[in-house]
Design a protein around this ligand. Sequence first.
Ligand SMILES: Cc1cc2nc3c(=O)[nH]c(=O)nc-3n(C[C@H](O)[C@H](O)[C@H](O)COP(=O)(O)OP(=O)(O)OC[C@H]3O[C@@H](n4cnc5c(N)ncnc54)[C@H](O)[C@@H]3O)c2cc1C
Length: 452
Amino acid sequence: MVNVMETREDRPRIVVVGGGFGGLAAVKELKGVDADITLIDRRNHHLFQPLLYQVATTSLGPSEIAWPIRQLVHKRQEVTTLLGAVTGVDTAHSVVHLGDGTEVPFDYLVLGTGAQHAYFGHDDWEPYAPGLKTLEDATAMRRRLLLAFEKAELESDTDARKALLTFAIIGGGATGVELAGAIVELAHITLRDDFRHIQPEEARVVLIEAGPRVLANFKPEMSAYAEKALRELGVEVALGKAVTAVHAGAIEYGGGTLNAGTIIWAAGVLASPAAKWLGVEADRAGRIKVNPDLSVPGFSNIFAIGDTVAVSIGGKPVPGIGDAAKQGGKHAAKVIKARLHGDATAMPFHYKHLGDIATIGRSRALIDFGWIKLTGWVGWWTWGFAHIYFLIGMKNRIFIALNWLWIYLTGYRSARLITQDMPTSASPADAPAPAGTADTRPPNSKAAALRA
Ligand SMILES: Cc1cc2nc3c(=O)[nH]c(=O)nc-3n(C[C@H](O)[C@H](O)[C@H](O)COP(=O)(O)OP(=O)(O)OC[C@H]3O[C@@H](n4cnc5c(N)ncnc54)[C@H](O)[C@@H]3O)c2cc1C
């Protein structure tokens, strides 16, 4: 049986799909509008993606960077929150379809369904080189990183141990750079004294970028600073080298092979399938080519925002970043409000770029606001304050500020938990060490069990 969402018939129905940066900004801007608003997301939480890498690298826990969407809008009686995955849009009947068969009718629709990883036609690489997009990705990555050290502690073969302590990151954009800095500090500082058979500070972190510089969207001098800062921290930076193959535990690039127990993908994104749902034109990254007012060509009542659209202003593409999504969501809501008031004036989207920021480890960052550029620890503190400002809720702000201060002073990262798919108590990995072997390097059978 199809479940059709009931709404008051005398009020316009606005459906917003995606409780990310763009969708939430749209719902916020629609406050006070005499309409029924339905906010749909396939997850029950809004996620602050810029700090995902800190969950993956043990600085923060998941609940510090994510908030239940339902709670974020609970005071807005006109907003109904639905947990459901959109699978299609019937544009002829103005209905959104959810995976469970539910139909949600709309008068106005805003699609802010974001993006996912793109492997440039090599989807088979994904299991060996997972990316970072969701909380599940982050906790799985944290598990892989920590297990690499645990397995290395149990490994007696030198080459296998070296491979386990090699971390390769593919993609030198902000995510790759931030991950590389955090992983090298995790190994060289946080875990330094925790093991008896390995020296975590011998871990290799290799950042591989196909282009000629890291942080390609920054100015060249900032990229050069980032590269130098990474190298000083101990990251090996390989530039101008495209990865040609990824296998379990090894990657090929620049004509050679690197054995790496942990491989991370930070190289590309593909828009959500929103263009397919609507049957409209998309660019190579699957992004809808929207009209200047962010409406979808052919549909004056459907808008698309954030990472799921391609929009250029004055010939310059609007970047796929959080603030662009927020500005887009706000703009789409303003257009809808105008239309509801009978105002059909053209309202082109104007994007204001506030700046580029990225961090490298716990004491260096790059800030380029155009009118001012900051690096080093001044940049790092500015980066920290900027992120704390954008977080939701005083508790999280205070907690994260104190946590960062603690990491800054001591190097200690508290969220070092391996939480998924641990070997069971019946497995050899958890069995007590054979008599007489407690102080020696354990047999390879244990390592093999953990390697599974
Ligand atoms: C690791 C990482 C680091 C980043 N760092 C930065 C940074 O430092 N600064 C910055 O500005 N930007 C950063 N970004 C980019 C920024 O997070 C995105 O540009 C921004 O989140 C885009 O907002 P959005 O609203 O378009 O999509 P999202 O915020 O991704 O939200 C999309 C929402 O749609 C939901 N959704 C998707 N498909 C469906 C479906 N079929 N049905 C229902 N719901 C669906 C998702 O669950 C999600 O809640 C980073 C991104 C990542 C992944």
